[in-house]
Design a protein around this ligand. Structure first.
Ligand SMILES: C[S@@+](CC[C@H](N)C(=O)[O-])C[C@H]1O[C@@H](n2cnc3c(N)ncnc32)[C@H](O)[C@@H]1O
Length: 313
């Protein structure tokens, strides 16, 4: 079922400008291929299509079937959408892509739809899968997961101090009252367990974030897609990644640093004359949303966009 909820695109112009850059293909007039790895409701894709040349093409990915359905509203022969997790961008031909954009996390239509189970604000089934056609929901996982595993997930992906206490409370509730199968049940268990609240934050925020990241293997997906992008980007191609929390941003930052730092081999003859190994990426910087955007869209506050350029094919 398609939802009617809208998604306000974050860093729209900044991301599209960064993706297009000044690639040499523009001057040559040859066709370029861009990838929007996280279509969502297509905010970035639509602006990008306005700015692309007639011979260019845009391949979008989204693992959410509702996002793929929404993409049918784009009637542009240069555009295509794939219902796949974005690590699959690695299946594109090597050095064939002029820009890869990832706008990570969940869209507003996903969060605001109670039936998807992403939010403690709405009562719904505890699902949280981005791809509802495969995999286990959080409720299914919680029917058998043990305290240690649940605590590790909450600690590692939610950076929650009370991870062990919450995990114990979930398993105790399961044993006493049956499966934890709704968002409200989970939010209530966490609220009863976490006594000290962070100002302005629901006590269940960290646990919900942790379960969402875990059930969708979000960090593994990101790492794989970054590696894949190195292979598919052509020289001069741009990598643009928008993150919404520190776990994601750390992965992106470390990936760009690792592949753009010059490594001088001091054992190589003449290293003092400049025998640094050629690195595949050049870091182009980090961008945050401005005050006007944050005022209009509070979700933009935590967004961090990192940009890098493929320098050698
Ligand atoms: C923040 S939204 C993107 C919004 C989009 N830029 C727009 O302006 O409408 C993130 C989207 O990426 C999708 N997504 C997240 N992780 C994914 C992955 N590993 N593979 C494919 N799609 C993913 C989600 O389903 C969601 O629709």
């Amino acid at each position: 079922m398609e939802t009617s909820w809208a998604h306000t695109t974050v860093l729209l112009n900044e991301a599209v400008d960064s993706l297009l850059g000044e690639s040499p293909q523009v001057a040559a007039g040859s066709a370029r291929t861009f990838v929007d790895a996280t279509f969502g409701r297509g905010g970035h894709s639509r602006l990008l299509l306005q700015r692309l040349a007639p011979q260019d093409r845009l391949i979008a990915f989204d693992r959410d079937p509702e996002a793929v359905t929404a993409a049918a509203s784009i009637a542009d022969p240069r555009f295509s959408i794939r219902h796949q997790a974005f690590h699959a961008l690695g299946e594109l031909p090597p050095a064939s892509v002029a820009g890869v954009l990832m706008d990570l996390g969940v869209s507003s239509p996903q969060i605001d739809n109670a039936a998807r189970g992403f939010s403690f604000r709405f009562d719904g089934p505890l699902d949280m899968r981005m791809d509802t056609t495969r995999g286990q929901s959080v409720a299914e996982w919680l029917t058998t997961a043990d305290v240690k595993t649940i605590a590790e997930v909450i600690r590692d992906y939610g950076e929650e101090r009370f991870a062990v206490q919450i995990a114990k409370a979930i398993v105790a509730s399961r044993q006493e009252r049956g499966p934890v199968s709704t968002t409200t049940q989970l939010a209530d268990i966490v609220a009863r367990t976490v006594k000290t609240r962070e100002p302005g934050q629901n006590p269940a925020t960290r646990t919900f974030q942790a379960f969402r990241i875990f059930i969708n293997a979000e960090l593994e997906e990101l790492q794989q897609a970054l590696e894949a992008s190195l292979n598919v980007l052509q020289a001069g191609g741009r990598l643009v990644v928008i993150s919404f929390h520190s776990l994601e941003d750390r992965i992106v930052k470390q990936f760009i640093a690792k592949h753009s730092r010059e490594v001088v081999d001091r054992r190589a003859p003449g290293w003092m004359l400049g025998s640094a190994a050629a690195m595949p990426l050049k870091a182009l910087g980090r961008v945050k949303a401005g005050a006007t955007e944050v005022a209009a869209n509070p979700r933009a506050r935590s967004a961090v966009m990192r940009v890098a350029e493929r320098v050698v094919a």
